[in-house]
Structures are given as C-alpha cells and as structure tokens.
Ligand binder design. Sequence first.
Ligand code: ATP
Length: 239
Amino acid sequence: MILEVRKLQVNYGSVRVLHGIDLAVRQGEIVCILGANGAGKSTTLNTLCGLVRPSSGEILYNGKPIHRLPAFRIVEQKITQAPEGRRIFGTLTVQENLDLGAFTAKNRDRLKSSLEWIFELFPRLAERRSQLAGTLSGGEQQMLAIGRALMSNPRLLLLDEPSLGLAPVLARQIFRTIREINASGVTVILVEQNARIALKLADRGYVMELGKIVMEDSASALLENPDVVQAYLGGGKGK
Ligand code: ATP
C-alpha cells in the first residue's frame, strides 16, 4: 500500500466533520472519492496533504506515519495536491506559475524534463507560457494547476474536482491527461462531482456521506450498484 488511512477524525472547532475514515490506496491506482457537497471529501484531501490536522487516527505513507508532518514535509515526500484552477497566481505568467511548483526540486536537469513533460501533456500551456495566468480560460487554468502540482514530481497526486466548471469537451481532455499521468507511474486520488466520468477512469472508489465512508468497491462494481446509480449517476444509464 502506498497510503493507509486509519480511523481518521477531523474537527473544525467543536464540529466533527470526519468520523473515523479508513482508506487504502495501492501503488499505481486511481482511486476516486464520491459524495454530495459537504460530505468531507475536500477535508479528507486537505488532511492527507497536511493542510488540516486530524484530531485522531493515522495516515501511513509507504508504511510511515505522516499525519504530524507539516505540509511542506509532506510535499517533499512526493504527495502533492493540485489546487483548484482558480488558485493559480493570475498576475504571474504560466511559466512563473510552473516554476513555483518546483520549489522542492533540487536538480536542474530533472526540472527541465518535468517542464518538457508538462508541456507535452498540456501543449496549450507551452503555447501560452509567457501569458499572464489570469488571462487563461477556466480549462487552461485547471491544466496549469495540475501542471504546477506535477512540477514537484509527485508519486501521489491529489486532485480536488479537476473538472469543476469546465465544458464537457475540456473535462474529457483533463480526464484523458489524468490517465496519462497515472500511466507514467503516479498514483492518483480523485475527488469528483462528476461520478460517472470519475468511475470510468478510476480503479476503485469510495463513497462518503456526512463524514463517513459508506461504500467501497471496484469502480466497475460501483458503476453498476443501484444505490450509487440512484444517488450519484442520475438514476439512469445516462451517456
Ligand atoms: P464540497 O464538494 O462542497 O467541497 P466536501 O465533500 O468536499 O464538499 P468538505 O468541504 O470537506 O466537504 O466539508 C465537510 C464539512 O465541513 C461541511 O459540513 C463543511 O461545511 C464543513 N467545513 C469545511 N471547511 C470548514 C472550515 N474551514 N470550518 C468549518 N467547517 C468547515
């Protein structure tokens, strides 16, 4: 297992929002986390990358506890969360935003090859490397956010709603790219409102409700599960 989460609890002030979450992710998998607004998906990702502290429970990464490490130490261990597309630095260029993602990298040659790889994954970013990020379209900003996360050369990539606000054609492009990133050896945890597309991409999925995991199965089984279909896949077979 690359990641094991055991009985994770998180409180915001006096309100408990995660009630003992268990997750297990194998090296090389794409695992998706589904759930309604407020179920605790973003809190889970933020706790994995050290932005939120658990009140109890454990997070083991390659068998070692990381839940007490500060966020920058977790990035050094090669766990990176891509921020939402809106969280890029709009007054900096595309290139400058990417450079910022590389703050933990020490080796210049490796940095150059990361950059080349990101421009291969997202040719649009290469075309616009000198453009101010704030002038990019929503889809391009999302690409930049993922590209910036990849500059730290993660082994485990956390993605929170990468298709949020994107037209379907752009969302499909982002998902194709996530598959390519995964094929290069990066394990992915994906939080996504678009349950159908997420389950088609993922190996396995978890369903969260009110701060608890209520279901866990292979993505193909979840796609066929009547409760999942009813609650998250619009009740029909869809497209
Ligand atoms: P969404 O898709 O809407 O982001 P989510 O499943 O990611 O939903 P979280 O954002 O993790 O859910 O929120 C879980 C619960 O914690 C919600 O009830 C939310 O209102 C609450 N919450 C989130 N952030 C904070 C915060 N900083 N302070 C207090 N409560 C918070």
